[in-house]
Design a protein around this ligand. Structure first.
Ligand SMILES: Cc1cc2nc3c(=O)[nH]c(=O)nc-3n(C[C@H](O)[C@H](O)[C@H](O)COP(=O)(O)OP(=O)(O)OC[C@H]3O[C@@H](n4cnc5c(N)ncnc54)[C@H](O)[C@@H]3O)c2cc1C
Length: 501
């Protein structure tokens, strides 16, 4: 076989696809994700093609960190298995890329060599049982000792719990008085150091291939294994998270294409009421939505090839990164809901792809930034910039911004209104959903201008416009149902039933 670093992208992708299909057929014969965990033989067969070499610089024997090739690798995996693609995504965006951007040269040399030669795996531990969305409050702490940095704390939900050979650990420095610094630091841990104990494995709802759980950490990491604080830890974290969010479309791409192919095959062959399902208008509506998601995702991939380049500091790319991540993961979930509907009861079987897609794609809306929070942040960022630039009308601001200028014209009539900075959080989220889709629409229109199929572009643009207008209508509604905490008093329906005695 040609060494991974020397084959063309096409050869590499074909070989990867063959290996994945063969490994899945051997190790997950029923349907891939009803079995929990990832047998080593399965991994060996997939990793024989060195898929993770796309995240490794050429000077360390990798394929050179070309974002387009990385996205193509993730897409190839997710067409076969979303969990496998997430495994590659975790290793790439949450471990190898940050190591390549921030670790000492000697650490990079060791890590990359082991990934290429020994087919090792890595992951990232940020989340703690009491601190998830507010990760900056993490309580895992480190102290500088003569042997290295001693880290202590509890982390959970790190993808590949108990399975990864390397972890990127995050912690806050402890001052001599016992208080924790505000800043976050990163440490490259490997199995030989010991001191990470899995206290519990979680029975996760989906993504059965990937082990999750809770880890107790009490370990000492050598001094050279800390990311040198050339910039603040929060900035490194944002660089890592934004680059990762920009690459979500790689994982979404194969997943959406597979759902589309499966759904099309189903509606072409299934007859109901003497007609093919595809002849029903509502069925066509669902398929068209799936195709629009496919096109939007393609546009995002094209965008990411430049924006997520490994040379770029992505720490300030919050707006596009948050829009791409939240919109595409919403689309993954809504299209799998649609596919399950089209498959009828067959879609509800645990051992069928569409049913698994529903639960496998759901956490993408939660991890690496809960979508509700990201949408809020999108609105906050836009409203702040509008105030700074002294714009009151949304259209005029978006028309002047390169992330949205074509899309603003496309949706002009819906955007001619004045915004206010003092609105409720739910309205901020709704507005953020619309803004995220306007940014996505811009990417679609740009893809169209590069010569992509006009019929697909037209459909995707129409769907996004519809979603934007619906959300803005909701934004303009004044009703805001409130929470009634003591709701049980005088609310039992039977009391009010005419036939109850
Ligand atoms: C499958 C899976 C894989 C994961 N992989 C990793 C990994 O590899 N490494 C890692 O470190 N972590 C990982 N995580 C953890 C994930 O990043 C966290 O679950 C996520 O950050 C949310 O934290 P939490 O679960 O503590 O929820 P919480 O912080 O309790 O938030 C729960 C919900 O509350 C709401 N909410 C919270 N704050 C706000 C707010 N300010 N405004 C409005 N609403 C709010 C949102 O709806 C949010 O979804 C993974 C999780 C899952 C499910």
């Amino acid at each position: 076989m040609t060494p991974a670093s020397e084959s063309s992208t096409a050869q590499f992708i074909t070989s990867l696809q063959e290996h994945i299909r063969s490994a899945l057929a051997t190790h997950y014969p029923d349907w891939r994700a009803t079995r929990r965990g990832m047998p080593r033989d399965f991994l060996n067969e997939v990793l024989a093609v060195n898929p993770l070499s796309v995240f490794i610089p050429t000077r360390f024997g990798g394929r050179g960190q070309n974002v387009a090739e990385s996205l193509a690798m993730l897409e190839t995996c997710s067409y076969e298995s979303l969990a496998l693609s997430l495994t590659m995504g975790i290793n790439g965006a949450l471990f190898l890329q940050p190591v390549s951007r921030h670790a000492e040269e000697a650490v990079q040399g060791e890590v990359f060599e082991r990934f290429i030669t020994d087919k090792t795996l890595g992951g990232l531990m940020i989340t703690e049982p009491d601190f998830g969305s507010d990760a900056l409050q993490m309580q895992t702490r480190f102290a500088d000792t003569s042997e290295g940095y001693r880290l202590r704390g509890t982390k959970h939900w790190g993808g590949l719990t108990g399975h990864a050979d390397y972890w990127l650990l995050t912690a806050r420095g402890q001052t001599p008085s016992g208080e924790l610094e505000r800043n976050i630091s990163f440490f490259v841990w490997d199995k030989s150091l010991g001191g990470i104990e899995v206290e519990e494995y979680y029975e996760s709802l989906g993504l059965y291939m990937i082990p999750y759980g809770r880890n107790r950490i009490d370990t000492t990491v050598p001094h050279g294994r800390r990311f040198p604080p050339r910039t603040s830890g929060v900035r490194m974290l944002l660089d890592l998270l934004h680059r990762s969010r920009l690459q979500f479309p790689g994982m979404a791409m194969g997943f959406l294409k597979r759902l589309l192919d499966e759904a099309l095959a189903q509606v072409r062959t299934r007859a109901v009421g003497g007609r093919s399902l595809l002849s029903y208008d509502q069925v066509q509506h669902r398929i068209a939505e799936l195709q629009a998601a496919y096109t939007t995702c393609s546009a995002m991939c094209a965008y990411a090839t430049e924006a997520a380049d490994i040379q770029n500091d992505c720490s300030s790319a919050a707006l596009p990164a948050n829009a791409v991540k939240s919109v595409i993961t919403d689309m993954m979930q809504s299209t799998s809901q649609s596919a399950v509907q089209l498959f009828g009861a067959q879609g509800y079987r645990l051992d069928r792809l569409v049913g698994r897609s529903l639960v496998d794609s759901r956490p993408f809306q939660i991890f690496e930034g809960s979508n509700d929070i990201l949408y809020h942040q999108i609105s906050e960022a836009v409203l702040k910039s509008m105030a700074k630039a002294k714009h009151r009308v949304l259209y005029s601001y978006l028309r002047a911004d390169e992330l949205t200028h074509q899309a603003a014209e496309y949706c002009r009539s819906a955007l001619e209104f004045s915004t206010s900075e003092s609105i409720s959080q739910r309205k901020m989220v709704t507005l953020g959903e619309a803004l995220g889709r306007i940014i996505s629409l811009e990417m679609v229109l740009t893809l169209g201008a590069r010569g992509y199929r006009p019929d697909l572009i037209e459909n995707a643009a129409a769907l996004l416009k519809h979603q934007i207008v619906t959300r803005l209508n909701s934004y303009h509604q004044s009703e805001q149902p409130r929470v009634i905490e003591d709701y049980e008093e005088n609310s039992g329906w039977m009391q009010f039933s005419p036939s109850a005695s």
